[in-house]
Design a protein around this ligand. Structure first.
Ligand code: ADP
Length: 152
């Protein structure tokens, strides 16, 4: 049976932390769908279309990776694409507390779903998209923090 995982997130923009989670998850799953969340109540720095282009730049040539956009409940999207796994990354204990609640709610709504967590690599555990956006707004160099193949 095909093991399909959805990696949902804002990815505004993708960081080396996100890239590392996806690459480390590749041997575990047959297919990983990177699902860019579209949330009308949130304002983003990059449009969903830009974030999709970023993902395709970074993962070009990886035939197990699919990039998509979605809105609404993550579990509904998972059902639609026949995914039984949600992939998430954990950096600090606050991530765990937050993710635990979401994972339990998702399981209540879709009992077949399992959320699989990978620990952030130590060197990326302080890295997030907010920091990268702040550097971009101030005209700084983000190359240390974003994937090498990404062209912003
Ligand atoms: P969301 O708004 O859904 O949290 P993000 O783009 O911030 O979207 O994060 C998507 C996923 O990537 C989350 O599981 C998050 O914990 C994980 N993640 C974010 N930054 C890192 C990092 N530096 N290392 C590992 N995982 C990360």
């Amino acid at each position: 049976m095909n093991k399909i995982a959805v990696f949902p997130g804002s990815f505004d923009p993708i960081t080396k932390g996100h890239e590392s989670i996806v690459r480390r998850a590749l041997p575990i799953f047959d297919k990983i769908i990177i699902a860019i969340g579209i949330n009308s109540e949130k304002t983003f720095y990059f449009t969903p279309e830009q974030r999709e282009v970023h993902m395709k730049q970074v993962f070009r040539g990886e035939n197990k990776i699919v990039v998509d956009k979605y809105s609404g409940l993550t579990v509904e999207y998972c059902k639609k694409v026949n995914a039984k796994y949600i992939l998430r990354g954990l950096r600090i204990s606050a991530d765990f507390e937050f993710e635990r609640g979401i994972a339990h709610l998702n399981k209540a709504m879709y009992p077949e779903i399992e959320t699989v967590f990978l620990l952030a690599e130590q060197e990326y555990s302080a890295l997030n998209s907010t920091i990268v956006r702040e550097i971009l707004r101030n005209g700084g160099d983000v190359s240390l923090f974003v994937p090498e193949k990404l062209k912003l």
